[in-house]
Design a protein around this ligand. Structure first.
Ligand code: PGA
Length: 251
């Protein structure tokens, strides 16, 4: 599995023309990288225009969310089939900012199950609000993973990635230490191997997200031994994001 670096643009930028520019700059900057996969997750409304640009390009597109039903009376929602029809095959699910709006573990599970059934890939976000001395945060992350993957058959594990994103590190400038990230990667792998057996580990990437930028990416990647990054704030500046991708490509 190649490592992957994904830029989560969240509610940015403000116009399609700025989104086009950011996508094009990123694409130019990473076009020659061979050892890393690169993707960006723009707001839903820009996906189909950018999908035209992304045809045959290295930088592929990811949706920031998806709904579990295929069609019907669900105002405001977007389905996996709709995403696939414009060649968007990856979806972020269970981001803490969406969970914060009321998304439940059960809804995350339905979205994940619908996504892998549709043949798309679910990038599932998990992570604790805060750390405690008793290891409760580990139990919370384990529960999130077990709930999210409850409807995923073993044959579909290749359509899953886990992004460990401690909420206290998102958008705060406080990244987890490389040691924290490494400990979490091993813990997540243990949960996956308890659930599905050791073969799961060669199929499921474990990413880190939370204030990743060009300054901390090298240490997090080499010492954290994660399989890539989900980058928020730093993905809005093409040069910063490209640098993160280059670091991962080089290492
Ligand atoms: P951040 O966001 O890099 O701005 O902390 C990461 C994320 O929320 O995916």
């Amino acid at each position: 599995m190649k490592p992957i670096v994904i830029g989560n643009w969240k509610l940015n930028p403000t116009s399609l023309s700025l989104a086009n520019t950011l996508y094009t700059d990123v694409q130019k900057g990473v076009a020659r990288l061979r050892k890393v996969e690169v993707a960006v997750a723009p707001p839903m409304v820009f996906l189909s225009a950018l999908a035209e640009k992304a045809k045959g390009k290295k930088t592929f597109l990811v949706a920031q969310d998806v709904f579990w039903e295929k069609l019907g009376a669900h105002t405001g929602e977007v389905s996996n089939a709709m995403l696939s029809s414009i060649n968007v095959k990856h979806v972020i699910i269970g981001h803490s900012e969406v969970r914060e709006q009321g998304e439940t573990d059960d809804e995350v599970a339905k979205k994940v199950s619908a996504t892998v059934k549709a043949g798309n890939t679910a990038i599932i976000c998990v992570g604790e609000k805060e750390r405690d001395d008793h290891g409760h945060y580990l139990a919370l992350v384990e529960d999130q993973i077990r709930m999210a993957l409850q409807g995923v058959p073993k044959t579909k594990l290749g359509n899953v990635a886990i992004a460990y994103e401690p909420i206290w590190a998102i958008g705060t400038g406080n990244t987890a230490t490389a040691h924290d990230a490494h400990e979490m990667k091993l813990f997540i792998q243990k949960v996956l191997s308890d659930m599905f057996g050791r073969t799961a580990l060669s199929k499921i990437r474990v990413l880190y997200g939370g204030s990743v930028n060009k300054k901390n990416a090298e240490e997090l990647y080499t010492q954290g031994e994660v399989d890539g990054f989900l980058v928020g704030g730093a993905s809005l500046k093409a040069d910063n994001f490209i640098e993160v991708a280059k670091i991962v490509d080089r290492l």
